[in-house]
Design a protein. Structure first.
Length: 294
């Protein structure tokens, strides 16, 4: 084995050791989150009220209800996922005109009845206590941040970068000295053989057969955690890639009170989306999300 190949082999092994535990955690929690809606419905059925024959409220009416329930809060966004998920709004405290300080809120999530606008439940996204109402939120946070908040996002982003690079290193290590002659054996598992040889063949062969899939998992991890600093810049080197919220100019400071109110924002959004549907030939099932990006 050449010194260069020995170096890349050691790097490949150590990268696998370092990534093993976080990837196992994200794989297990991701498998659970694939059934997020079903599990959330089973654990917290009170968040999914049903009214036979009733029509769901739109974004603007729901926001009006939320504002009446919590007048000391500003609305950040509203989720309208209907049967697919619970309906709720995200909140942040307003400034108290008397004291000049923000109101104290011990919650930032308000669940609403999508048919009546009635308040169902209050919760905090950052709450990591394992209770019936919060168990899926903890699983979600474990998957996306390892329960380490911004540090966890950064760690998983770095692991995604290492995983992406290591995918190419692993591919390189399967190549024989005389390529492509002799490469066929790397795609196969030798039977019979020692347990060590079979384990090595399984690792190498499965890595080759599923290489593209593994690379997509690795690079999507970079997108989920380092989309602006790494993913967008690298992708633009190879493709014409545009992200609306990064292409728009940032304001000098966040908007305290936007000129456009929620009802008009919803109407304009629906009108613009209908225009795109006509131009590109797709159907609109229902609005699912409306956000104020200050």
């Amino acid at each position: 084995m050449t010194p260069a190949r020995r170096f890349w082999l050691r790097l490949h092994r150590w990268a696998g050791i370092v990534m093993a535990l976080p990837l196992i955690l994200t794989a297990l929690t991701g498998s659970i989150l694939a059934f997020y809606v079903e599990l959330e419905r089973a654990i917290n059925p009170q968040r999914f009220p049903a009214h036979a024959g009733a029509k769901r409220l739109g974004a603007a009416p729901l926001i009006e209800h939320a504002q009446r329930h919590v007048p000391q809060a500003k609305i950040k966004n509203v989720y309208l996922l209907g049967n697919a998920d619970a309906t709720y709004v995200m909140l942040e405290p307003r400034v108290d005109p008397v004291t000049g300080k923000k109101f104290h809120l011990d919650f930032d999530q308000l669940f609403l009845d999508p048919y009546t606008g009635a308040e169902l439940e209050r919760s905090r996204m950052s709450d990591l206590s394992i209770t019936t109402n919060n168990v899926m939120n903890v699983v979600y946070k474990l998957h996306y941040t390892l329960l380490l908040k911004d540090i966890g996002v950064l760690v998983l982003g770095i692991i995604g970068v290492v995983w992406t690079i290591d995918s190419f290193i692993g591919f390189y290590l399967t190549l024989p000295r005389k390529f492509p002659k002799g490469w066929r054996i790397a795609w196969l598992i030798k039977w019979p053989a020692s347990a060590t040889r079979i384990n090595f063949d399984i690792h190498r062969a499965f890595g080759l057969w599923f290489w593209i899939v593994l690379l997509m998992f690795a690079w999507s991890s970079v997108y989920m955690n380092l989309w602006d600093s790494v993913y967008t810049k690298v992708t633009r080197v190879f493709f014409e890639y545009h992200v609306p919220w990064t292409d728009l100019p940032l304001l000098q400071k966040p908007i305290a009170e936007p000129k456009l109110d929620w009802p008009n924002a919803a109407k304009i959004g629906e009108r613009l989306l209908a225009e795109q549907a006509r131009q590109h030939g797709f159907n609109i099932l229902q609005p699912v999300y409306l956000r104020l990006h200050r």
